[in-house]
Design a protein around this ligand. Sequence first.
Ligand SMILES: C[S@@+](CC[C@H](N)C(=O)[O-])C[C@H]1O[C@@H](n2cnc3c(N)ncnc32)[C@H](O)[C@@H]1O
Length: 232
Amino acid sequence: MQADELTALFDQQAKDYDARWSRTAPIRTCLHLLLESFFSTLPSHAQLLCVGAGTGAEVAYLAERMPHWRFTVVEPSGAMLEKCRLRAEAEGFASRCQLHHGYLDQLPQGVAFDAATCFLVSQFMLDQDQRRRFFESIGRRLKPGGLLASSDLSADTQSPDYATLLAAWMSMMGRAQLSEIDIANLREAYAKDVAIVAPGELEVLIKNAGFSSVVGFFQAGLMRAWCSRWQS
Ligand SMILES: C[S@@+](CC[C@H](N)C(=O)[O-])C[C@H]1O[C@@H](n2cnc3c(N)ncnc32)[C@H](O)[C@@H]1O
């Protein structure tokens, strides 16, 4: 899927995005809980870069717990970003958020960030070198030693276990109130539009982008997350 098609898809989904995924909240909450502990060494006035923050779930979680952190949100979908803006206003952290409508390479150079989040974004890059360069472009916005927390759908699709994992994931999606048609579309999209690569492969890719200490800290079904450190 081309970038503009992906943005159009998220523009279309923004209205119902949070409701649609609300039943999977326990997965997100667990991820965010662990994220918080991986980011616990950051300074009290840390500057965070949140790439592809969508409607702002990870930003809201961190902003509530870290009252002095400031967030730069990068999001190409105007409709998703608008949801994020409304949430920031409703939850009282808008004054600590800078919202950038567009891609990271269009974000004006500014402060170097203490840490970045990039949840469920890089998986849409089918070209793995583009994906590596994307992580590298995040790293270049960080201070030396800055942290990256990233999550993506990841599995060894060649493994005999994959079919079992995929079926369980789809079944969980079914319980998340997706219709049969939604699930069929997702199944097709996973095969065609999402680069589900094996965890080890993704770890090497993050390392090759310039990060060290790549630690896998979370897995729930097909979703995995890593924390890593920018070494340049
Ligand atoms: C699956 S959503 C995840 C949203 C949020 N991070 C979360 O975990 O709930 C992916 C988001 O990434 C955005 N996105 C897609 N490609 C991107 C890119 N190249 N750079 C930044 N954001 C991107 C989409 O517009 C969408 O809002």
